[in-house]
Design a protein around this ligand. Sequence first.
Ligand SMILES: Nc1ncnc2c1ncn2[C@@H]1O[C@H](COP(=O)(O)OP(=O)(O)O)[C@@H](O)[C@H]1O
Ligand SMILES: [Mg+2]
Length: 194
Amino acid sequence: MIQINPTYRYTVAGLPGQGKTVFARHIIKQLKTSGVDTVIYDPMAQYTDLDSYVPKYFATEYQMPEFDDIAMQIWDKRNVFFVVEEVENFLPQAGRRSGIMWRIINMGRNYGLGVLAVTRRISNMDKTMFSLSDKTFIFRLFSPNDLEYCRGFIGKSADTLLPKLKCGYYLQCTSTAVTLHEPVPWDGKGKPVN
Ligand SMILES: Nc1ncnc2c1ncn2[C@@H]1O[C@H](COP(=O)(O)OP(=O)(O)O)[C@@H](O)[C@H]1O
Ligand SMILES: [Mg+2]
């Protein structure tokens, strides 16, 4: 059982094919079982069996208005756990970010809004998301940019542990500890996208 508070923020990072989506699906099912209203922004259509929202305009110039529209609905609805795959597109380290998403990560807790942000390019994600995350779950990474980004938050275990993680294994990072964890059980679903 992974301890998740539905009004907190979490980040899941790692290279493609390392188990982020399998892990996110596990958490979503856990939350749904306990009755948490969960909205999944699902650009790669990997969560359709869990009633996800698959955007029409992802990776086009219209992706941001579409995302803002969904994020605004969540803001208005309150008490929702928002899962966003490919989050670096909406909360980038450089360039225009979603204003509504920014508000959700900074103020959402007061309105019952939690976030699970999933990214395969952590160094492209806004650092505020990382620093506001109650826990960050990091799967295998080895690019110098990504390791440097993580080192700023989790110290030297970034360099020693992250490049060596096997598929499905992850580091759980909090402000006080970095711990290694075994893969979550896999339901055999969520087609891989690389
Ligand atoms: N916890 C796990 N248990 C067993 N196999 C896993 C696990 N996590 C990942 N895998 C294997 O790795 C593949 C890619 O996982 P996925 O979650 O889609 O990666 P990512 O989202 O990081 O690209 C899965 O289809 C599965 O074959
Ligand atoms: Mg994935």
